[in-house]
Unconditional design. Structure first.
Length: 407
């Protein structure tokens, strides 16, 4: 009886024979993951001077991430592409395509990552980063990515202990939104020299409170210091009011090559968020010093009043934002949401003009069924100048993404 095997034999194994020894596993290969995203993007902007930027592009990305070799080292790579479907030559400037409305393909990420411990890592090569002033700013066909060497990790956070996140390194080059080349960070900022950026920062969190700070230094170009604190207050109804405050300080360094002269400026902001059932109300305010505009050459601006088109970070500018977001799962379908916001800017003096911006956003994503992984997004913005004949700018965007393997 002990020779009878009730299971189907493995290929090449005779019934009743001992099971074959399992093949040796290679995590570097076996744990590898390949994913992709298909994206199409239509952009149409009518500018203050009645010129127009318009294009429709298709493309996306293919990503590869290996498993760890000897539980220590892995590699990653991402190829991005954007190709024109409709691209009038006289309407260039959408940033969906290269200048001249040309398509492009680029190896935007190619990096190695070393695991020093289970919570501390190092990376070298082309990679994406998401920090306040160096981040992907993924608002067109392909994101910004960076070339450099970094280390990052976490500590604490167990059994109610404070949690720490930290990181730092040197970023030498950047790939812009619509580019297939990596250029020096200093040249991307506007200085005709080759300089990178040193950065380092940390974030402390315990329960509903967090405090973080990060500094970016580029010799002869700019130093940027950013800090932000967040907390939440519990309400008797069971909800929470989320509060946040931020501060940026910027100043020239060394030979002042960015603007050709010494400069310094800062911006501070506060924000509150309150949720009620499926709705969320956000109120925020920022104020920029009069020394100079806030610079954000390597990312989107992290200010609380940044909107779809404008950053509201010009010298002497103050801005107030009101935003209402709503989850449409009950009224329409799961994965659907919408928001509307208004930013009111003030404090600018002639010949500059103060501005207001009104944005509408509608998006929905299929969470289940055969279309899972498919998402749509409609965005519309109008920017109104107060003065000079009160011209307006209209900005319309329609984005479709399909992720596979499906989430």
């Amino acid at each position: 009886m002990d020779q009878i095997n009730m299971a189907n034999p493995a290929p090449g194994q005779a019934l009743g024979s001992p099971p074959a020894a399992p093949a040796e596993r290679s995590p570097f290969v076996d744990d590898s993951r390949i994913s992709a995203q298909l994206r199409t993007f239509y952009f149409n902007r009518e500018n203050f001077n009645d010129t127009r930027n318009e294009a429709w592009a298709i493309g996306g990305s293919v990503s590869y991430l290996s498993g760890y070799l000897a539980d220590r080292f892995r590699v990653g790579a991402v190829v991005y592409t954007s190709q024109p479907l409709y691209a009038p030559e006289d309407r260039d400037g959408t940033l969906l395509l290269k200048p001249g409305q040309e398509g492009y393909t680029v190896l935007g990420q190619l990096y190695g990552e070393y695991k020093f411990t289970d919570r501390i890592f190092g990376a070298i090569g082309r990679k994406e980063y998401n920090t306040p002033y160096i981040n992907t700013f993924d608002v067109r066909m392909t994101p910004k990515t960076f070339e450099g060497i970094t280390a990052y990790g976490t500590a604490g956070g167990k059994d109610g202990a404070p949690a720490w996140k930290f990181g730092g390194g040197y970023i030498s080059k950047i790939k812009e939104l619509n580019s297939d080349e990596f250029v020096w960070m200093s040249r991307d900022a506007g200085a005709a020299v080759d300089r990178g950026v040193f950065l380092g920062g940390a974030n402390y969190a315990q329960k509903d409170f967090s405090l973080g700070a990060i500094n970016y230094y580029s010799d002869d170009i700019i130093n940027i210091f950013y800090t932000e604190a967040k907390t939440a207050l519990s309400l008797a109804s069971g909800g929470k009011v989320k509060l946040a405050a931020q501060f940026t300080d910027q100043r020239s360094t060394g030979d002042n090559l960015l603007m050709g002269q010494s400069f310094s400026t800062n911006q501070w902001g506060i924000k509150g968020e309150f949720g009620l059932s499926a709705a969320q109300l956000t109120v925020g305010f920022t104020d920029t010093a009069s020394g100079a505009d806030i610079q954000s050459p390597w990312s989107g601006h992290p200010g609380y009043t940044m909107a779809q088109v404008q950053n509201f970070n010009r010298a002497g500018e103050s801005a107030l934002i009101l935003k209402v977001a709503y989850d449409l799962a009950r009224q329409w379908r799961e994965g659907a949401s919408a928001y509307a916001l208004l930013v009111h800017g003030s404090g600018r003096n002639a010949p500059a003009y103060n501005e207001d911006e009104f944005d509408l956003n509608l998006q929905w994503a299929y969470k289940t069924g055969s279309l899972r992984g498919l998402s749509f997004r409609l965005r519309y913005a109008v920017v109104m100048q107060r003065g000079g004949g009160d011209p307006s700018l209209n900005d319309f965007r329609f984005i479709v993404n399909y992720d596979f393997p499906r989430p």
